[in-house]
Design a protein. Structure first.
Lengths: 300, 193
């Protein structure tokens, strides 16, 4: 682990910087407000996408993810990131290479070709877990950073899959009905709402969104029904790929199945940004496929 | 055995039929390959079905993770690797989370997909991601509308990745070339056109 637990190399991934740049802008500013500096991880690539690359050849996935970790090792800094898919690639490969000599040697043989070596000297964190960790930030400090409480907003939490699962190999505790992100949402003054089958996948992962869109959307649709049934003003998540699946997915669901939900989809960092006083323009909320306006009217 | 299902990709479907993949022979080495690549003791599966019961893809398709686990143990390599359902796992890891044998069915599926790719059996979208990453370092690259939005946010038009520092691309390409991934992706995609 790096010496300074308030400075991290910010691993961007693909969808946050290239589809929802408001997440990137919000992550940097909101983290700063709670004492975390996110520094550029120059030359990082796609994590690479665990579903796509892992399905083709796990060895390539290990080597490509390791290259991103080595960039942070060269900075002498732990990695922080905002996406569950990136977390699976970067955290899990870092973890595997640290504990499996055979795997590490294989990867280092390939990295040698580009004058790199995986040393296993840094750790990888999701920003959400840093926010929740009382030794780093903690729920109280998040609550103290709020200038505009999201009072009255009913918010469903979608945890996604690759942050906490498989639970046996992670460190998040219960994966059947976790409540820690709800605590982070409540800290913003909003009301986290429970709904049926909360831990179900968004449907996009494993390459399924690209392979069989209707199948992926059918899974998404089930989640939308379950959220609508309890009445929510928005859904929040900590994964830009889930965000894309829920946000653009609702448009695609309307086209394919005729069902319409109009539930705004906001990454936790976007929510935190709003609660800390950032304007919708500063979060590029106009890039969202589902109009965020009804939610903004409720909280602004 | 009778072929009941088909890939929507007609070229791939024809290729599989032509090669007579559907033979009844069993390959006892197959489960060993799955276990080595997936790093899970798949043969320990006692077929309780917790995996299929936890699977978001099962209620809306004929994909059955328990069936894949059993077929792998039986060495039914041909059936597994040619089944279009192999690609319906969203890798949500619910089955892995709940498996009472502490197995990782999800990783067994990933291993089977790896083995399918070795025979050029793979849906096109996976290979297109390889091409995108080879080109820009990103599976989801930047575009003009996004560059304009980034500028408005006070961010640089290109993020601090390979997009802003293309000098890092040759290293990425070297890794992909080491495994001949781009070459194989190009070839398989061209064959399917």
């Amino acid at each position: 682990m790096s010496k300074n637990k308030h400075q991290y190399a910010f691993f961007l991934g693909c969808i946050a910087p290239n589809r929802y740049p408001g997440i990137e802008a919000a992550a940097i500013r909101t983290s700063k407000n709670v004492g975390i500096d996110l520094l550029p991880l120059k030359g990082a690539s796609c994590c690479p996408a665990p579903g796509a690359f892992g399905s083709i050849d796990l060895n390539v996935w290990y080597a490509m993810a390791a290259r991103n970790v080595v960039l942070a090792e060269q900075m002498g800094m732990d990695i922080a990131l905002v996406c569950n898919g990136c977390y699976k690639s970067i955290w899990e490969v870092n973890h595997k290479l640290k504990h499996n000599d055979e795997l590490r040697d294989g990867v280092n043989e390939v990295l040698k070709e580009i004058d790199m070596e995986f040393k296993g000297s840094v750790d990888v964190w999701h920003l959400a877990e840093l926010y929740y960790d009382p030794e780093i930030v903690g729920v109280k400090k998040i609550a103290d950073s709020i200038k505009r409480p999201l009072t009255g907003a009913r918010i469903a939490v979608h945890y996604g899959c690759h942050l906490m699962k498989p639970g046996k190999e992670r460190h998040f505790g219960d994966t059947e009905n976790p409540m820690w992100i709800e605590e982070l949402v409540a800290a913003l003054g909003a009301e986290p709402v429970q709904y049926r089958n909360k831990m179900q996948c968004c449907g996009a992962g494993g390459g399924v969104r690209g392979y069989d869109l209707a199948h992926a959307l059918d899974i998404t649709n089930e989640k939308m029904i379950n959220m609508r049934d309890v009445g929510v003003d928005a859904v929040t998540e900590v994964c830009p790929f889930c965000q894309l699946q829920f946000d653009r997915g609702q448009i695609e669901i309307k086209e394919k199945f005729g069902a319409e939900y109009g539930i705004p989809v906001l990454h936790y960092n976007e929510l935190l940004g709003l609660a800390q006083g950032m304007s919708p323009d500063e979060l590029a909320l106009d890039l969202h496929a589902i109009d965020v306006e009804p939610f903004l009217k409720k909280i602004l | 055995m009778a072929v009941k299902k088909d890939y929507k990709d007609q070229k791939l479907a024809e290729k599989l039929r032509d090669r007579k993949y559907y033979i009844p022979d069993s390959n006892p080495e197959f489960i060993k390959d799955v276990e080595k690549i997936g790093q899970t003791a798949a043969h320990m599966c006692y077929q309780c079905g917790t995996c299929t019961g936890s699977c978001p893809s099962a209620p809306r398709s004929s994909y059955r993770i328990r069936l894949f686990m059993r077929k792998a143990v039986l060495g039914l390599e041909e059936e597994i690797l040619t089944d279009p359902d192999l690609w319906l796992c969203t890798t949500c890891y619910s089955c892995t989370d709940r498996c009472p044998r502490n197995l990782a069915p999800t990783d067994a599926i990933m291993a089977m997909r790896n083995l399918a790719f070795k025979r050029d059996i793979i849906p096109r979208n996976f290979l297109q991601t390889v091409q995108l990453i080879y080109k820009s370092g990103h599976g989801v690259p930047n575009n003009d509308a996004n560059r304009a939005a980034r500028k408005k946010l006070g961010l640089e038009e290109e993020p601090e990745t390979t997009l802003k520092y293309p000098e890092y691309l040759p290293g990425i390409r070297k890794i992909l070339d080491h495994y001949r991934l781009k070459e194989n992706a190009d070839r398989i995609l061209a064959e399917g056109e």
